[in-house]
Write a protein that binds this ligand. Structure first.
Ligand code: NA7
Length: 599
């Protein structure tokens, strides 16, 4: 990974309403994201007596997944009054919604959890059952954390935020919910995740389908039984790759519609060995520090070497060892220059193509499944368990929609290449409007009526991914231009949350009311982000990391690729230097000049 310790220069100091089921003939019911649902009006629960306060709460947090839960806990520790609004009927975020068959985390479970910063007790008490935890277990974990930390009482469920408007007079954020409820707070923290607005392509005829259709990211809570059905899965990203082997076990026939094959690596999932789990727990502090300082938030032994410096035989041995180990070791522990050296990347890409051809019995299908249009890891490599083997089953057929795109959804199925595939159910594993979709859906409006969506019309502009000028006291967890999805998420979530909480603590300590990045600091962060990105191969590939999956979305690298550890160092330096690059202010009389003015 590249890293650059650039620092921007300072200019100055529940009643669960289960969602996600899908009615025949309508693809809308299976979508998710801000603005996707309405609900009956009810009063905002838990509102405090304002007294002489100009706001209802010190902070409003949107979302109750990993980020929102830890943010709530951290702000409570500072003594703040906090309200969390959660669109779902329960906690969990990604793990509340993504209940499709085979849904599983691609980070090793022992590292996909809160550290002792949240609670030493939870760390000690919680035991994972598998090397890679499945969705139900992660959801159980997050509920366990919620109850242990007594977080539920400050969370309002089924509460979709439809607007958040900054009032400069009061230095307050006014928030409106889909049910018409309103409330206000000094600080607004978005903890909405990166993959929370589902993307269903606007295929012609999509509403005419008379069977059932589902989006993997808004899966019915009661589950779906595909036994005996003819099923179409559209999409072969990390989600499709997990769902296909499971659906194949039930369906009479499964057609998998593939536009772009991926470099899928086996996860080698298995029951978690007790001694391994104990070993990790035993050296937890050390391992988490290593993860925090790493490129991707995992405490792996990164090999600082290039594949081009090794003989084909030596490379083969290294690749085979990582292949046998499974998981992200192939990307992280073999060679370290895949993202910056095409020649090095070609060696691992060829190795993986060879493995795919070996695993798939039909040569034509194997060839279609072997990616040739992008370098390894320039799209998120899915982890697989039985995906390629699924194509050796008689009841599974791969359909290439690269050369012959989906023409239309008909009342009875999917038409492509002049052929109609008649099915009973369609599964859209077609991804998300990542990183910005849900933020825009909340209609976040800052100083002078500027909408976030308009400010970012040509691509996100942030300071550290955590703040953006013109939107005082808006903090974005795992936002664009922060490491976010290029990491093991809990590690960067903890870092983001702690930085935000420390800043808010600093403001209170100094009787200040707010923070907003200076123009120059923001400009420098955007330039740095772009510079780091430009040094990689990522910009040349059409991926959701680049916004390429959503028509009209600005093409730019959304996550920060400078590395988790480097990012943490930069954030810490900013804080150590009195929040360099941020304007800290007291009430409106001290507020900075409007966005656009020199900071
Ligand atoms: P992804 O990775 O965005 O995958 C979506 C898939 O859907 C991908 O194969 C797309 O092909 C395919 N797609 C999207 N639109 C179309 C159309 N119009 N026609 C055919 N195929 C289409 O989403 P996932 O949910 O799998 O994974 C998201 C992240 O979750 C993942 O990266 C992990 O971080 C966890 P394409 O590749 O665009 O050609």
């Amino acid at each position: 990974m590249t890293s650059d310790n650039h620092v921007a220069q300072p200019t100055q100091n529940a009643n669960p309403q289960e969602a996600g089921s899908h009615e025949a003939g309508s693809h809308e019911a299976g979508s998710r994201g801000a603005g996707s649902r309405g609900a009956e009006r009810h009063d905002v629960a838990g509102r405090q007596d304002r007294g002489n306060r100009v706001v209802d709460y010190d902070a409003i947090v949107v979302g109750a997944g990993f980020s929102g839960l830890y943010m709530l806990h951290s702000l409570r520790k500072l003594g703040l009054s906090v309200r969390v609004y959660e669109q779902g009927g329960g906690v969990g975020g990604t793990w509340y919604w993504n209940r499709y068959p085979g849904a599983r985390c691609d980070s090793e479970s022992v590292y996909y959890m809160f550290s002792d910063h949240m609670s030493e007790d939870i760390l000690a008490e919680w035991d994972w059952s598998e090397r890679f935890a499945a969705q139900p277990e992660i959801l159980r974990y997050l509920n366990f954390v919620t109850d242990k930390m007594d977080l539920r009482r400050d969370i309002q469920f089924n509460a979709e935020v439809t607007s958040a408007i900054y009032d400069a007079e009061r230095d307050a954020w006014d928030v409106t919910l889909a049910d018409g409820g309103t409330s206000s707070a000094r600080f607004l923290v978005t903890a909405v995740g990166c993959l929370s607005s589902t993307n269903t392509p606007k295929f012609p005829g999509i509403d005419t389908f008379t069977g059932k259709s589902y989006h993997t990211g808004a899966w019915p809570h009661e589950g779906v039984d595909f036994t005996g059905q003819r099923v179409a899965v559209i999409g072969t990203g990390a989600t499709g790759v997990q769902a296909v082997p499971e659906i194949a076990k039930q369906a009479a026939h499964l057609w998998v519609f593939q536009r772009t094959p991926n470099f899928d690596v086996p996860n080698r999932n298995r029951p978690l060995e007790a001694d391994y789990a104990a070993e990790v727990k035993g050296s937890y502090k050390e391992l988490w520090e290593k993860a925090r300082a790493s490129g991707f938030g995992l405490p792996y032994q990164v090999a600082e070497r290039s594949a081009v410096d090794y003989s084909p035989e030596e490379r083969e041995r290294i690749f085979e060892a990582a292949w046998a180990k499974g998981g992200f070791y192939m990307g992280l522990e073999t060679f370290s220059d895949y993202l910056v050296n095409k020649e090095s990347n070609d060696t691992v890409a060829e190795f993986l193509r060879g493995k795919i051809r070996e695993m798939v019995k039909d040569p034509a299908t194997g060839e279609l499944l072997a990616p040739k249009d992008h370098p390894f890891f320039t799209k998120r490599p899915p982890l697989e368990s039985g995906y390629y083997e699924a194509f050796n089953r008689d009841n599974v057929t791969l359909v290439d929609v690269r050369n012959a795109p989906v023409e239309e959804i008909t009342p009875h199925g999917v038409r492509t290449g002049g052929q109609e595939y008649e099915v009973d159910s369609i599964v859209y594993a077609t991804g998300f409007d990542a990183m910005t979709g849900t933020l825009y859906g909340m209609n976040i409006t800052g100083r002078d009526g500027q909408k976030l969506e308009d400010k970012w019309a040509d691509g996100p502009r942030t300071y550290l991914g955590l703040t953006t000028r013109g939107f005082p006291n808006l903090f974005i967890i795992t936002g664009p231009q922060s490491p976010s999805v290029l990491s093991n998420m809990p590690v960067v979530i903890e870092q983001n949350v702690e930085w935000i909480a420390d800043l808010i603590g600093h403001l209170r300590e100094h009787a200040l009311d707010g923070a907003e990045p200076a123009q120059e600091a923001e400009d420098q962060w955007v330039a740095h982000h772009n510079q780091v990105a430009a040094a990689t191969l990522l910009l040349g590939t059409d991926s959701w990391w680049m916004g390429a999956n959503i028509p009209g979305k600005p093409r730019t690298l959304y996550p920060y690729v400078g590395g988790v550890g480097a990012f943490r160092d930069i954030c810490r330096d900013v804080a150590d230097q009195g929040y360099q690059g941020l304007t800290l202010f007291r009430n409106e009389k001290d507020a900075p000049a409007p966005a656009g003015a020199s900071g």
